[in-house]
Structure formats: structure tokens, C-alpha cells
Design a protein around this ligand. Sequence first.
Ligand code: PFF
Length: 459
Amino acid sequence: MENNNLQPRDGFSSKLGIIAAAAGSAIGLGNIWKFPYITGRYGGAAFILFYLFCIAIIGLPVMLSEFLIGRRAQKNAIDSFKTLKPNSPWYLTGWLGFVAAVVILSFYGVVAGWTLHYVFLSIANKFVGNTPDQLGAMFGGLVGNPWLPIFWQVIFMGLTAGVILGGVKDGIERYTKILMPLLLVVILILDVRAVTLPGASAGLNFLFKPDFSKLTAEGMMSALGHAFFSLSLGMGTMITYGSYIGKKENLGETALQVTIADTAIALLAGIAIFPAVFAFGVEPGAGPSLVFITLPNVFNQMPGGYIFAIMFFLLLAVAALTSSVSILEVIVAYFTENLGWSRHKATWLATIAITAVGAFESLTNGTINFKLPLYKGGIMHMFGFFDWMIEMSDLLLPIGGLFISLFVGYVMLDKDVKDEVSDSGALSVPWYGLFKILTRYVAPVLIVVTFINMVFGIF
Ligand code: PFF
């Protein structure tokens, strides 16, 4: 193992492995399922521009911050803060991430379960001959069914646990290296079909012609939250992965490559979906069902659609898996390192508990429906619980990111930060001053302003 870590920790074995695992974490349902539906909900191009702004100005420096915290401390997300700033409350940032990990993984497993069901539907050739409305009803039938989504969710969470039990190098690194590039190829083929559909231009206009009057405070908050979600930031995933990165790797370059790959896949997914949304008359603001209704229409309209459908949903499930393992790893790393639990015990206990929470959320998509107080000042029907958990992650991750940014900007010793990003002076880092300005001022201020704006509706 080419890993010079001071402690005998499991770690990534190669440069490509690091990028594949970190990009594998970043690229997932967020890019292909969530990004298109929130883009549709919040009005298209202007939302995307604000999202890209958040990625570049906040996401990239926070990713580098997470990597350097983890690699410096050689610990899980919670203990990293304890190591770098002992006897201070900063470790609560790690705990916040822990809570976010539970929230996210609970709904993530449900949506990933839907994709497994769609693999099954594609193999059984169920899309063919259906109108867009019928394909919509097919999705409604799945999520409204009490047991079917839970069945697939349990399978997906079992797979996640299985990969985590394999450990970092053999479990996580091996799959991502091959399957992520394949996903890119399938999406590119879908793009070609989508942009050549009759009526595709309306979708492309929606994606690329900004109308800033459509950008709302809620949309801006969602774009910020999604920048964190999509890059796997704000909850310690990249701190945990940073702790597995060898001392000689260039962290700044790695963060940049992962950010570019993640953003490219999201935009390419948008290009595959929106022309089809408009061509088939699907409602852009359809929400979480958008991808599942739109793409089967595209598969029906292309030669080889049968095969592409299977490949697409299978690869989407794999992309989801390489993300879900990174979320579970945050929790398992803490249980094993801090509480001394075996990897087995930690993995299974966390998986079972989170699957149970997710199963409950899944049931609120149609089966159970009762009232819960304290939601947006009124009463929330449980029907909205699933959506609410997703919104929660849009709040929790930027708060985590705010503290991570402040920690690197003000709390860590400047020489330690510089030492990490420059690999002890081996790399020249002319951008270091800019990085410090971003972590000290720009990212924290933008996060706080976006929050205040959401609450008071200033812009
Ligand atoms: N980035 C993943 C996605 O876009 O699907 C989801 C995710 C993974 C969010 C890890 C947060 C995280 F820490």
C-alpha cells in the first residue's frame, strides 16, 4: 500500500482510487435524481447558475477543507476535531454531520430502492407501449405501495452494508474505478437522443436561458443545500475519506477534479432529462418522480432502448451505492474508532437502525398519513415527511459546511493548513491566499446570507 499514514489505517491505494472513491461519493442520486427535479421545481437556468456559483465559491474550498482536516488528524469526522482542537466544542461539528448522515441515508436508501425496482422493470420490458401518463401511474403505483419500496430499500441497504464490510480499499475503491466512467458513457448516449427529440429546444432553453425573476429565496437555499449534498460536503464524508488519503497526494488538485466531475455529470443528466420533459409534456416541477417518469419515455423512443434502460438504472443504482457507502462509512468509522466496536457490529447496527427510519419515511409516501406538529409553523401531514427529510439535509449540510470553513479559516494553525495543502512545501500553492479568503470570509458570509434570506425573504 502506497499510503504513508502514520497510523495503520486502511486507506486508498492509488491516486485513481482516491478520485474514484471521492467522485463515487459525490456522484449519485444527487446528480441524476435530485438535481433535475429541483432544477425543474425552481425554474431552470437561473437556479443552475446560482448552484454553479455555490459550487465554485463555497463547495470547492469546503471540499479541500474537509480533505485537509481528515488527512491532518487521521481520524473519523468527530475525532478529527477533537485531535486538531482538543478540549473545545468544535467536535460538535462532527456530531452534526453524524445526524445529517442518518437523515440522508434514511431517504437515500428508499430512492435507491426505487432505482433497483426500475432495473427490474427495465429487464421485464415494462416501459414499452406506455404513454407518458401511464409511465407516471407506474411510478405512483410503486411509491404508493406499502411493501414494494421497502423490499428494494432493504436489498439496497444490505448491499451498502456488504461493501462497507469489505473495508475501504477492497470494498469501496474497486467498484467505483470501473463503473463511474461507464455511467458517464451511458449518460452521454442519452444526451444525444434527448437533444435530437422533436421539441428538444424548449428543454435546452429552460436549462440555459436564465430568467432571474424565477429565482426565489427558497430556490437559492435549495441550490446551496444541494451544492453540499451533491459534493458530499458538510457531514464529514470527505473528512473521513481525507483521512484515508496518502500524505503525498495533492489535495487541492483532487478536490478540483472531484468537483468538476460531479458538476459535469449533473449538467449532463439535466441535458438528458429536460428536452424530454418538454417533448413529452411532463410537468418540470413534478418533484421526486421526474426522472423516473421522463427517462422511460426516452428509452421508448430510442433504438436499443431496452438495453440502455437496463444499463442506466443499473449504473444509477451503482452510483447510489458508492455514495451510500460513503455516508455509512462516516457512522461506522466513528463507532469502530471511538467506541471500539467491531466493523461487523457497527455496520449492522447502523444499517438496521437507518433502514428502519427510511422504511417509515417510505410508508409516509402513501400508506400512513397522520399529523405532526411544528412544521413550517403549522401542521405537516405525514405525507410530506419524506420531502421534509430532504429539506432537512439542505439545512444541516450548509450549517456543517459553515463550521468546517470557519475551523480551517480561523481555528487550525495556518502553518498546519498550509503544510497539508502544499504537501509539506513540496507543492507550490499560489492560490493559498485566495483559499484562506474563501474559507475565512466568503463562504461563511454567503452561507449565512442565504439562510437569512430564506428566513426574511430579502432577495
Ligand atoms: N453526493 C451524493 C449524491 O449526490 O448523491 C449524496 C451524499 C453522499 C450526500 C455523501 C452527502 C454525503 F456526505
